[in-house]
Design a protein around this ligand. Structure first.
Ligand code: NDP
Ligand code: HSE
Length: 401
């Protein structure tokens, strides 16, 4: 019985998590795969940093050529950062008939299509479960659903760092900066957290889902990509008093103009299933034609949740599920809601008299129902506004209806 030989590219949060988990789950994997799994090589950028991790029989190197030229290499796990050199490394691996498993969503959002086509040509697989929603098995679930269902719409919390920051600001009253630092210490945030807090990371995950479900990338012209940076402690406090919570949401559906992708912070009411999704948790709601709406929730980032997704992909190498995109055009409005929350930013809140006000929090914030949000925004450029998702019922006495 031959071993399954694995090389890991990158030995940070994810790479180390995979290495530890392959060891801790060795006997389980052996049972499922019918062979032992061995890490034979690790690629890093800075060798000195990793000298203490050196192990007998495991090549530790900064030179990818040494890895790609190893005999009997079966799988390359990509846990490095950015489009390059990850894309070139994986292309080379596939050319040589080596399976690849990647956690690198930025790279996969840009080059996933080419890599999957090359893998098919070479008769090998590309696992990308870890690129979306960390440890939540959303890719396998969608592949499974697509065997018979057509997908209409996906709504999801896909950036663990943003959800962790928004939850900690609300629950612990910590500042944005302090909670971002905690997210970095926990290994949730990227080394450069700009992608997390500016919405790029969630957008890349949206692109990966779009290609899987709809067979194409989102329409660039209509894409909205906003992060959570503008959300202040004041807004979080006001929202809480209104019985609402901020969530950073990715919405995907296909309409007349191709795939629409919106990545933005919204306010969620108590009735919405994402209301209780706190901390580093991700959640994905998939609306389909046959089974109805399927929801998944779990840890969206971190060492072991991500390792779990990668190990699942390693197992799938021996029994891949192939799928074709399958979707139904979404017939609803681009905007799913007509409810909005306006924050006054310490200015007098004067809204047009014909707007239906659902609730008001002193002169700080107002919840309205309107189909004319664009007009209000144009007329009141100094207001900050967020969409409200879910039914709204005010919950505290501070709120005036
Ligand atoms: P880290 O910053 O913790 O680790 C990155 C690792 O990659 C380091 O070991 C670094 O080497 C190595 N590396 C970076 N560039 C190169 C290069 N050019 N050549 C060789 N090695 C390189 O990142 P994470 O482990 O957090 O993330 C890794 C990937 O997984 C990223 O693409 C990320 O987006 C993705 N991901 C992360 C998740 C998480 O929860 N952290 C979850 C899901 C996906 P050195 O140590 O020598 O500097
Ligand atoms: N930085 C990412 C997040 C890691 O916070 O969601 C998981 O992809």
């Amino acid at each position: 019985m031959s071993d399954l030989n694995i090389a890991i590219l990158g030995f940070g949060t994810v790479g180390k998590g995979v290495h530890h988990s392959l060891k801790s789950h060795q006997s389980r994997l052996e049972k499922v795969l019918g062979k032992s799994v061995r890490v034979v090589a690790i690629l890093v950028k800075n060798l000195e940093k990793h000298e203490q991790s050196r192990e007998d029989g495991v090549l530790l190197t900064t030179n990818y050529e040494e890895i790609i030229n190893l005999h009997d290499l079966d799988v390359i796990v990509d846990a490095i950062i950015g489009c390059e050199p990850g894309n070139s490394y994986l292309q080379k691996a596939l050319e040589k008939g080596i399976h690849v498993v990647t956690a690198n969503k930025e790279m996969f959002a840009h080059h996933g299509e080419e890599l999957l086509a090359l893998a098919q040509k070479k008769g090998v697989t590309v696992g990308f479960e870890a690129t979306v929603a960390g440890g939540v098995p959303v890719i396998q679930t969608i592949k499974q659903l697509l065997q018979v269902n057509r997908i209409q719409k996906v709504e999801a919390i896909l950036n663990g760092t943003s959800n962790f920051i928004l939850s900690s600001m609300r629950k612990d009253g910590h500042s944005f900066e302090a909670t971002l630092q905690a997210a970095q210490e926990n290994g949730y945030a990227e080394a450069d957290p700009t992608n997390d807090i500016e919405g790029y990371d969630a957008f890349y995950k949206g692109v990966v889902l779009s290609q899987l479900i709809f067979g194409e990338k989102p329409n660039e012209q209509s894409t909205i990509r906003k992060g959570i940076r503008e959300i202040t402690a004041d807004y979080v406090e006001c929202a809480d008093e209104l019985g609402l919570r901020f969530r950073h949401i990715v919405t995907l559906f296909k309409g007349n103009d191709g795939v629409q992708c919106r990545v933005e912070p919204v306010l969620i009411s108590m009735e919405h299933p994402f209301y209780q999704v706190d901390g580093v948790q991700n959640a994905v709601s998939i609306k389909t034609d046959l089974v109805g709406t399927v929801q998944l929730q779990g840890p969206g980032a971190g060492m072991y949740p991500t390792a779990s997704a990668i190990l699942e992909d390693i197992i799938q190498i021996s029994r891949p599920v192939s799928t074709e995109p399958a979707y139904l055009e979404y017939q609803g409005d681009a905007s799913s809601s007509s409810k909005w929350v306006f924050f006054s930013n310490n200015r007098k809140l004067e809204l047009p008299y014909d707007i239906k006000v659902l609730a008001r929090l002193s002169d700080k914030a107002v919840v309205v129902e309107t189909e004319e949000v664009e007009r209000i925004i144009l007329e009141h450029p100094l207001l900050t506004f967020f969409e409200l998702i879910g039914d709204y019922r005010h919950t505290t006495e501070k709120v005036i209806v």
